[in-house]
Ligand binder design. Structure first.
Ligand SMILES: [Zn+2]
Length: 461
């Protein structure tokens, strides 16, 4: 969500408090105020609104094929707003806080992604239910998103069993990831042919859940400030995850900063999601660095040396970190503004990509092509080479037997039967090809030197 819209919602929306990361991490032990888009006074007891509602079911077991929403059992009373219509008065130790935090998290993530999609996201279960049912605390050491509902239990104790001290409904990343699955069903759809192996579709689903969560969590000041302060803005440095301190405990952060390529992973969807998530997150980091260079906050040379290059040695990384520390000191605000712009750039790019993807026989190569198209539409193609190189590094390419790799000779086309003068049509085609080549050559001459990873600098704003 753009910084401007966020500021605007703070004036009109309804306030809640949520923990940006698990509260047992000392740096995130205090909840942060968030404002959801629903105008103050319009969030009803529950909390509930026109898109979703909380039912605090008592002693509920998970839904199954035989047992589906709506929930009709015994429930605790709906959580009431404070006298001012906001919900930020709730005691973080109370059950009411947990119910409200689940609503606020899901509503906030939906707000963020509806802004990137540019409007209403219709639920994929709209044929049966008008609103999403949210159940915050069920007796289960797991959580699930399903047709018309999200229901959350608790973490698992080391020796097995439910750990009631760690409710998933308070875990922003987990909730956002699960809502991400619903958004993908809504915007991409689902494979409709029985012979579709849906390998990449399943990997894309998990990757999208993680990306929805990562982009949403970069809306917390505490998360953004922590990432930047601990890395001095050298986000490629997070290959040593301990640099982000407590945030290295975050599953989403570990997922974003992974180094998996396609040759490292198999068919299991979570594993298969890693190269795709990594490629897309790298695009955001490259966009961030390009913006830092444009703002004069780092040099193009420093951006180049901080990219993932094989000859960057351990000594180089230490020196590099010192250069970032010097650049970051005194310019924290500029670094943060650049990161928020890159975050929003990635959010809009993903929304445009997802809305145009076909779910049937989906491949990562199609995701790449839709990202390129989205970039041409939204950014006049400013990040084409960045996107290509980030995907190439992850070995995301066409399958060797893809029909797209097939050449067509004139013989294949039945056009080489004996000597003959060039047909008018063929002569026209050749003239056309020459024009395209000339155009490309002149574009290359005008294009500035490539940055690392094939990036090209954006024109100055
Ligand atoms: Zn998932």
């Amino acid at each position: 969500m753009s910084v401007e819209l966020d500021l605007q919602l703070e004036q009109t929306g309804t306030r809640f408090r949520i923990f940006p990361q698990p509260r047992y991490l000392p740096a995130f032990s205090q909840p942060e105020v968030v404002t959801v888009s629903v105008p103050v006074g319009e969030v009803r007891p529950g909390p509930a609104d026109t898109r979703m509602f909380v039912v605090d079911a008592a002693n509920k077991l998970p839904y199954s094929q035989a047992n589906r929403p709506p929930f009709k059992g015994k429930a605790n009373p709906p959580v009431q707003p404070g006298p001012d219509g906001h919900f930020d008065h709730l005691d973080p130790k109370s059950r009411a806080f947990q119910a409200a935090t689940m609503y606020a998290t899901v509503r906030r993530v939906l707000d963020i992604w509806e802004d990137y999609f540019g409007g209403h996201i219709a639920w994929h279960f709209e044929a049966h239910f008008d609103r999403l049912e949210l159940i915050p605390l069920i007796e289960w050491d797991n959580a699930q998103s399903g047709y018309g509902f999200l229901e959350f239990g608790y973490g698992r104790k080391a020796g097995g069993g439910i750990d009631h001290s760690r409710p998933y409904c308070e875990n922003f990343d987990v909730l956002a990831h699960e809502l991400g699955h619903s958004l993908i069903f809504a915007e991409v759809g689902y494979p409709k042919f029985a012979n579709d192996p849906a390998l990449d579709y399943s990997g894309m689903h998990e990757s999208a859940g993680d990306l929805v969560a990562i982009v949403a969590s970069l809306h917390f000041n505490s998360v953004v400030d922590h990432v930047l302060a601990s890395t001095s803005g050298n986000l490629f440095s997070v290959n040593e995850l301990e640099r982000v301190g407590e945030l290295s405990e975050s599953r989403e952060i570990r997922t974003a900063f992974n180094y998996h390529r396609m040759s490292d992973v198999g068919a299991e969807p979570h594993e298969r999601s890693l190269p795709l998530t990594g490629a897309i997150f790298d695009v955001m980091v490259e966009m961030f660095q390009i913006k830092l260079v444009q703002r004069g906050l780092i040099t193009a040379d420093l951006a180049k040396r901080s990219s993932q290059e094989p000859d960057n040695t351990v000594q180089d990384l230490a020196a590099l970190q010192a250069e970032f520390a010097a650049a970051y000191a005194g310019h924290e605000t500029g670094f943060k503004a650049a990161l928020l712009e890159a975050r929003d750039g990635l959010g809009r790019l993903l929304a445009e990509c997802w809305r145009n993807l076909s779910p049937d026989f989906l491949t990562y190569h199609e995701v790449l092509r839709q990202l390129l198209r989205a970039d041409r539409k939204l950014n006049q193609g400013a990040f084409q080479e960045t996107i290509r190189s980030c995907f190439a590094w992850r070995e995301i390419s066409l399958a060797p037997d893809s029909l797209l790799l097939r050449s067509h000779t004139l013989a294949d086309c039945g056009m080489d039967s004996g000597p003959r003068p060039l047909a008018e049509l063929e002569a026209g085609a050749i003239v056309g090809m020459i024009e395209v080549l000339e155009d490309e050559l002149s574009r290359r001459k005008e294009r500035p030197a490539r940055l690392p990873g094939g990036r090209i600098p954006e024109p100055a704003e």
